[in-house]
Design a binder for this molecule. Sequence first.
Ligand SMILES: [Zn+2]
Length: 84
Amino acid sequence: MTDPDSPALAGLPEPAADIAVECLHCGRASVLRAEALSPGLPLVHLTKRLRCSECGSRAVKAVRVETPRDVARTIRSRIRARRA
Ligand SMILES: [Zn+2]
């Protein structure tokens, strides 16, 4: 079934990208599965809704990542920065 008025159905869906979330307060990093997010949700809106599960801070940064390799790199670089 196709709804011609819906731009979301006008073409193929964009490949889902996961979101790496980092707390700017305590440095906790985690990854949100793209499947759990609303498609096309702007990152800035997502960031406003997020809260750190570790310290409760709302100062979180969200970065779209394309591959598990990117996720690992994001988290690794954060850990390295904390130890430095
Ligand atoms: Zn935190």
